[in-house]
Design a protein around this ligand. Sequence first.
Ligand SMILES: Nc1ncnc2c1ncn2[C@@H]1O[C@H](COP(=O)(O)OP(=O)(O)OP(=O)(O)O)[C@@H](O)[C@H]1O
Length: 452
Amino acid sequence: MNLLIIDNEKSQRDSLAGFLKKRGHALATVSAGEAGIAYVEKHQVDVVLTDFRMPDKSGMEVLEAIKALNPVVDVVLITAYGTIETAVEAMKKGAFDYLTKPIDLDELELLLAKIENHRNLVSENERLREQLAERYQLHNLIFQSREMAKVASTVARIAPTRTTVLISGESGTGKEVLAKAIHFASPRKDRSMVTVNCAALSDTLLESELFGHEKGSFTGADRQRIGRFEQAHNSTLFLDEVGDIPPATQVKLLRVLQERTIERVGSNQPLEVDVRVIAATHRSLDQMMKEGTFREDLYFRLNVVAIDIPPLSGRRDDIPLLMDRFLIRFGEENARGNMQFSKEAFDLLMKYDYPGNIRELENIVEQAVVLARGNVVTSAELPSTVRQLPLENKPVFSSLSGSFAEQVAAFEQGLIRQALAGTKGVQRRAADVLGMTERHLRYKLQKYGMKD
Ligand SMILES: Nc1ncnc2c1ncn2[C@@H]1O[C@H](COP(=O)(O)OP(=O)(O)OP(=O)(O)O)[C@@H](O)[C@H]1O
């Protein structure tokens, strides 16, 4: 360990130092309290052995100062007059222990072994806690909004189980990202998550995709095929766009979920599978169920835990963090170094509604990074839908030309026009809005030749 001895008596310092060096510790010595505190401030120290009575500071003051600087340092007080009171006070202030003079070297050695043991345990605990935190830090899921924190806490609760989860949310809100986050926070994380996009396949193909088929079971089935359920054995199966599963396949899916066995198309041999199913939909299954296009029994099987991801416009607190992370990511991917948004680009992106949700934000930032000339993304690189958003703090005049008087006049006219537009031309109310008398407003209108 790294030890520091603080003692004003040279003989005591030297004898302790000699002994401790021989025991393999790294050692520093100082002769006063203040110097000891300064040393701790600048160096890595594990244990401080400090004398109790010193001319400049008491051992108790040294103890307090060191603990305030770095609470991880263990402090041992050395006192000539061991009284219960001093011991109690020292322990209360956070000393690891105290020793009485003359120091019994065996006792000192035992004490240091105890400290070392304790420190190892503490760092082991910290490591375990970090590992735990890492596990609960959701894989690739960026958020800071309260809405998503709620989602994340549900995920943390249900991830370790095998419960079926139904994720709903608009397109691009991150349903697949969330499914992966659940998978990676689950005990199944060491096997890959298997994904099926149910909307992308025709009825027959979807069935064989999900459950596999035997050779010759239908035209074109020229060899046996392992289905996604079998592939996802002991892992997670993500059924994206589950609302698009046709009714006949819905029945089969329901049976698999109930019985936990599958049959390949063209076989009646049941195979047991242990699969956790996460389903996602951008459609309202609730509505589809009412309309009779989605089976009620399947809906309840899937909807054991329901997670609804709000659209990005409903959790605007996530926007700046996502902007920032995407800027870093695309900056790195395109070897553009440290990128930044100009103030105007930032304000516009903060204002936009993102009908395409996170996917749209991601695309906008990627495109802007690619188009940017230097390291700054300006509003010129943003799509016109974003660029054309009105910004309240936009200057009234677009260029600084003309004399001071001309610019002030233009500014005043702009304000007056805006106020009149807001009050549908009613001058009395416009004057109120502008905080001037009606007479003053009329004077200005006349002065600028504006329509009365
Ligand atoms: N919380 C998030 N943090 C980081 N990236 C995200 C997050 N949510 C979504 N994304 C990104 O946004 C894009 C869309 O996400 P994803 O494919 O998961 O959405 P989806 O809801 O499944 O969309 P769809 O319904 O269209 O399939 C992806 O590129 C993903 O990386």
